[in-house]
Design a protein around this ligand. Structure first.
Ligand code: DAH
Length: 352
């Protein structure tokens, strides 16, 4: 029996020599120290031995067991260290290599221009009011004084959402930021219906029109609307504020002029031009030799629109305007095709 134990020890230790990985080591442990290993069977058989033999064999078996266990532990440690050394070598890091440049993103030119406009307006005391892109016919048109069949609607071709039973008030994508005027006035008026507070806000955002996409027209574009409502607001306030805006935006010496125009939601209405900043007013291809560039539409808020917003037109007056940041960029950088803005061509975007 003692010979057998020596034999078990010798074979086990020998086979351990060739083991170099975790899986084989585990298999070795099961085979040599597991419940059905030859060594464990010696333990199980101890009871059948004679009284004299039992202590010697038992002690010898225990010694073999301890020897195998510590040999196993030593091997496990060695395998672990070898794996670590290998991974250090394989994943060696050359800290002297130059780094890879990270490609830095940037804001879209429209966003940059929107922010420029809003920064200037913020300096002038305007708060930003954001309104929804999905509107109803009522707010986009009717409450802004476009009656259902008014020819002025032809100015803006509309993306309507087809919905059963909403023929009187279809859902649509806003064609301008002006419907935000109604939401804003109603929200302000609700704070104090008897004496609504004054309003001075800028309403930025995307607008949508069902247009043929060409170099000059797109189906989506941004606008920044302005709205000022209060007591004794006059056309002089409109002219002063917008001329000041033009100087802050286009330069200290930028001159402006106002031309009479028509919008259903303002009366009187005007368009503002700035002196061409490309040729300084002398006449060039950008201003089509006129010396002036059209920048925005504006006017005194129509009494019906004030009323629809909850402001009594006999006590309150106001002015509003709408302008396009993409148009401003096109003029400033002489971009001759509006499709660049949503074309996602990096060669265009990386220039801003
Ligand atoms: N909503 C007009 C458009 O999209 C722009 C506009 C003109 C807005 C005059 C105004 C305004 O607030 O007073 O063409």
């Amino acid at each position: 029996m003692l010979d057998k134990l020596n034999e078990i020890e010798k074979t086990a230790l020998e086979s351990l020599q060739s083991i170099t990985d975790q899986a084989a080591l585990e298999a070795w442990r099961v085979a040599n120290l597991g419940r059905s290993s030859p060594l464990m069977q010696v333990f199980t058989g101890l009871g059948k031995l004679s009284k004299e033999e039992r202590p010697t064999v038992g002690a010898a078996a225990n010694r073999v067991k301890t020897a195998l266990e510590s040999a196993w532990e030593e091997r496990a440690q060695a395998i672990k260290e070898a794996a670590l050394a290998k991974s250090l070598e394989e994943e060696a890091l050359d800290v002297t290599l130059p780094g890879r440049a990270v490609r830095v993103g940037r804001l879209h030119p429209s966003t940059q221009q929107l922010r420029r406009v809003l920064d200037i307006l913020a300096e002038m005391g305007f708060q930003v009011y954001t309104s929804r892109e999905i509107e109803t016919d009522e707010v986009n048109y009717q409450l802004l004084n476009f009656p259902p069949d008014h020819p002025a609607r032809d100015m803006q071709d509309t993306f309507f959402v087809r919905a059963e039973g909403r023929e009187d008030n279809p859902i649509l994508l806003r064609t301008h930021t002006s419907p935000g005027q109604i939401h804003a006035m109603r929200e302000y008026a609700a704070m104090n219906p008897e004496n609504p507070p004054p309003i001075r806000i800028a309403l930025p955002g995307m607008c949508f029109r069902f247009e043929q996409i060409t170099a000059r027209s797109e189906i989506q574009f941004n606008q920044v609307e302005g709205l000022v409502v209060g007591k004794n607001i006059t056309f002089a306030d409109l002219k002063g504020t917008l001329s000041d805006f033009a100087r802050r935006m286009f330069g200290r010496h930028a001159r402006t002029r106002f031309r009479a125009s028509y919008f259903p939601f303002t009366e009187p209405s005007a368009e503002m031009d700035v002196e061409c900043f490309v040729c300084g007013g002398k006449g060039c291809s950008v201003c089509k030799n006129s010396g002036w560039l059209e920048i925005l539409g504006c006017g005194m808020v129509h009494p019906i629109v004030l009323q629809n917003g909850g402001y009594d037109p006999t006590r309150y007056s106001g002015y509003a305007w709408g302008m396009g940041p993409e148009r401003q960029l096109m003029l400033r950088y002489r971009i001759d095709d509006i499709r660049y803005f949503w074309g996602n061509d990096l060669r265009f975007l990386e220039q801003f």
